[in-house]
Design a protein around this ligand. Structure first.
Ligand SMILES: [Zn+2]
Length: 200
């Protein structure tokens, strides 16, 4: 979606502007030329997905000139109207599913089936909600664990706390803090490890 906000999604009109010779026809409806506006707003497939996901009043109730403005307005209204649902998340999932449907029609010559993608939206939303609840439970467990386990080092002792993380694409980072009693920091360091150094 952030690519949409930057208007750099490689739809046919974008590719043509950058001198790539591609088929201009919308791969979902085969009736109009593909553009950001058409693919995500005007295309009958997109309309069906927005309506089927109950987001149509927000999607088609905004005033905008550029695509970036449309995304900003929709996110603003999602935040304004949401009560018991995360509408921004729903918007992002439907947006993503339109792009998935387009790519499957474009690269695998598959006709976009609206029912299939409505089901996909629902399952992705369910997965996101389950992940949220799992993350919330983990966060609560982590809070308890931290409050129970961390102790100041006893007098005359030093304590070294280490932590690290690994991101699949950008490499890994690690850091450490060396403490003595009364939280006096003796040493602190953060390192970014390149991908080559990351053990897999
Ligand atoms: Zn279309």
């Amino acid at each position: 979606m952030w690519q949409g906000a930057q208007e750099v999604i490689p739809t046919s009109d974008f590719l043509l502007r950058h001198h790539f010779h591609v088929d201009q026809e919308c791969f979902l409806c085969r009736h109009e030329e593909e553009s950001l506006h058409h693919l995500f707003i005007g295309c009958p497939f997109a309309r069906a997905l927005w309506f089927g996901s109950d987001l149509h009043s927000i999607i088609y109730g905004t005033n905008f000139i550029t695509f970036k403005q449309w995304i900003e307005e929709v996110i603003y209204k999602c935040k304004e109207y949401q009560v018991d649902q995360d509408l921004v998340k729903k918007f992002a999932i439907v947006f993503w599913c339109i792009w998935l449907a387009r790519n499957s029609a474009r690269f695998q010559s598959k006709d976009a089936n609206i029912m299939h993608f409505l089901y996909k939206v629902k399952s992705m939303l369910k997965f996101a909600e389950d992940e949220d609840s799992t993350t919330a439970v983990r966060a609560e467990i982590a809070k308890v664990a931290i409050s129970i386990t961390w102790q100041f080092p006893p007098s005359g002792w030093l304590k070294l706390n280490l932590d690290g993380l690994r991101l699949r694409l950008s490499g890994a980072g690690a850091g450490g803090v060396l403490l003595k009693m009364n939280m006096v920091v003796l040493f602190m360091d953060l390192q970014h490890l390149s991908r080559k150094l990351t053990p897999y």
